[in-house]
Design a protein around this ligand. Structure first.
Ligand SMILES: [Zn+2]
Length: 173
């Protein structure tokens, strides 16, 4: 396990039947109502302490009962959104995403309130054997401003070079 403290769970799960969700009381028949859909993948990020989904559209409620393909990927992120560890399995980490039980690693079952908080959220224990530490970012040069090392940081799909000292963003590589 990496030394950085896990703060968020990043989900990247292939959903088989998008209609198995109810958004604001309406069945998501075409799968275009649920937040965080990207193609066939559902990609929420969850605050582990509070159970709140990041950037949840306020006032939206969701009842989700997704059957998930086995190729799902799940990461722990640190406070800055950096991936620190990856879930070793390809089944759903039910202790996080199916807290009521009964998902058998195949389902994500969650109710989300207007504030983006997962109903009855209980912060799961993070069992280090279940997670593989992500490789630490490579040092790739020095900051022009303060001459401290810059590191590659992943921000969504893009990678940036960020100074560990002053936080300056260097030129992309
Ligand atoms: Zn700097």
């Amino acid at each position: 396990m990496a030394t950085a403290k896990p703060k968020y769970l990043e989900v990247s799960a292939g959903v088989r039947y998008w209609e198995d969700a109810t958004i604001n009381g309406v069945e998501d028949e075409d799968g275009n109502l649920v937040p965080f859909r990207s193609g066939d993948i559902w990609k929420p990020v969850i605050n582990l302490d509070s159970g709140v989904m990041l950037n949840w559209p306020e006032g939206t409620t969701a009842s989700i009962h997704y059957k998930v393909c086995d190729q799902g990927e799940y990461w722990l992120q640190d406070e800055s959104g950096e991936r620190v560890a990856k879930w070793k399995g390809y089944y759903v980490p039910g202790c996080f995403l199916c807290q009521g039980g009964g998902g058998f690693g195949d389902y994500i079952i969650l109710n989300v309130g207007e504030d983006g908080k997962i109903a009855d959220w209980c912060k799961p224990d993070i069992v280090s054997e279940h997670w593989k530490a992500e490789p630490q970012p490579k040092q790739t040069g020095f900051c022009e401003k303060c001459n401290k090392p810059v590191q590659v940081k992943t921000r969504g799909k893009s990678q940036l070079l960020i100074c560990v000292e002053c936080g300056a963003v260097a030129l992309p590589f």
